[in-house]
Design a binder for this molecule. Structure first.
Ligand code: SUG
Length: 429
């Protein structure tokens, strides 16, 4: 199997409107001035790093913003400029929602079950409804369009529309998959929350996770529903990928990530005796520190030589507790051999670390060849993307700029320049 990480290119409207309740970084940075150009270049630099490590890299495109259609659905009328101006006068928060660049966090685009796990032998992808937050819920339609374009070949892929929005589904951010080292059946784990914890909503509903597993045709014997701990949600882990990550046979998680860790570990060991569980104890790295540094929002990746590397945000490197623990982990000769640090600070300030920015898709050679190549990255495409970003992306956006007609025009043109540079027709995407 080949794994491709599809990163969302950070859109030209990237801003700090503080829209995500329960996401501490988003709330703490509300009202700050964002740097869209820098943010997008940091994202491409991360993609370049993973490519240099010998890994396959893909992209998803920023969504159409401002999302005028969404404002029209809320009753604003006239031409696009009139819709935006009247919405800005009526309720600035609505325009902030319509300007969000949150589609960059493609771990929330959907949930992917590789062909080896499904009954019909197809790679199944369910678009996430992201129904808990208004700015994120509006992503689903455009995400679906991109996924259906990228994975159009019915001989290999089956893309499902989102589950009904009554049941919140946040995609791969609440999903993990483990594979035994010697091959054999993988275990797919869906991590859900319940109710409110610390006043914050649990965004992933168990019913949605079960629906995704059913639709993908997973074997119930190798599918686990795991409850996220309320302590993690209350501390700001609005998605499980803020406190846990899995790759190959390795589960890397905080001690307080799950509601019933011992029962979960026992079930896992029974299903996969050679699973390696690397748990970080609270007395070494507190839940608070884990969430502030995004230690677990790292990409745990298998290198071409079979070893494993943890790709961490710079914030994790800068914290003494985290770094000391990681140094011991590497020295212990365990299953994780290397650490790589990336700078994605602009995304981090909205609560999106390296792992939030990517959707993992595992495919065999033939299915890899069936992916629309415009969504796959090489050096030349990186250069074209960087060029458009450097020329077209705004350098800074303050909250009051979100109502500026010049900014609206500029962002529309910037996205159009990017899609053209990547070979998409104007209305294709
Ligand atoms: O949904 N932030 C995103 C961050 C998503 C991170 N993804 C994963 N953990 N996989 C969210 O909370 C902030 C937007 C704002 O405040 O403008 C935001 O949507």
């Amino acid at each position: 199997m080949i794994e491709v990480n599809f990163d969302g290119i950070v859109g030209p409207t990237h801003n700090y409107a503080g829209l995500s309740i329960g996401n501490r970084a988003s709330s703490a940075n509300a009202g700050a001035i964002s740097a869209p150009r820098l943010a997008a270049l940091q994202g491409v630099a991360k993609m370049r790093r993973l490519m240099a490590m010998g890994l396959n890299q893909g992209i998803f495109l920023p969504h159409v913003r401002p999302n005028v259609g969404w404002l029209r659905a809320l009753g604003f009328v006239g031409d696009d400029a009139e819709v935006l101006a009247s919405a800005w006068t009526a309720d600035r928060a609505l325009v902030a929602n319509a300007m969000s660049a949150s589609a960059m966090w493609t771990a929330n685009a959907g949930t992917v079950s590789p062909s080896s796990d499904t009954r019909d032998g197809l790679c199944h992808i369910s678009v996430a409804n992201l129904s808990t937050m208004p700015h994120r819920a509006s992503e689903a339609a455009q995400t679906e369009r991109q996924l259906r374009l990228a994975f159009a070949d019915p001989r290999h892929f089956r893309v499902h529309s989102p589950v009904p929005s009554a049941f919140g589904d946040e995609g791969a951010a609440n999903f993990m998959r483990l594979v035994p080292p010697a091959g054999g059946a993988a275990v797919e784990m869906f991590v859900y929350g319940e109710g409110q914890a610390g006043g914050f909503p649990a965004r992933q509903h168990r019913t949605a996770s079960e629906a995704v597993a059913r639709r993908h045709g997973l074997s119930p014997a190798h599918t686990l529903m795991v409850r996220q701990s309320d302590a993690a949600i209350a501390a700001g882990a609005f998605h499980n990928d803020v406190v846990a990550v899995a790759n190959g046979h390795v589960l890397f998680a905080h001690e307080q990530a799950f509601a019933e860790p011992s029962a979960f570990h026992e079930t896992l060991k029974a299903l996969m005796p050679d699973v390696a569980i690397v748990e970080v104890p609270t007395d070494r790295v507190s839940l608070d520190t884990a969430i502030r540094t995004y230690l677990f929002n790292s990409q745990l990746v298998t290198m071409p030589d079979g070893s494993m590397t943890l790709v961490l945000p710079a914030e994790a490197h800068e914290n003494a507790d985290v770094w000391t623990w990681l140094a011991e982990l590497i020295a212990s000769g365990g299953p994780i051999q290397r650490l790589e640090i990336v700078d994605v600070r602009e995304s981090m300030r909205n609560g999106g670390g390296p792992a939030c920015l990517r959707l993992r898709v595992q495919v065999d050679e033939e299915a890899f060849g069936a992916i629309d190549p415009r969504f796959l990255l090489d050096e030349a495409a990186c250069g074209r993307i960087e060029d458009v970003i450097a020329h077209e992306w705004p350098e800074a956006i303050a909250i009051e700029n979100l109502g500026d007609p010049h900014l609206w025009d500029r962002c529309i043109k910037a996205r159009a320049a990017l899609t053209a540079a990547l070979g998409f027709a104007p209305d294709e995407i």
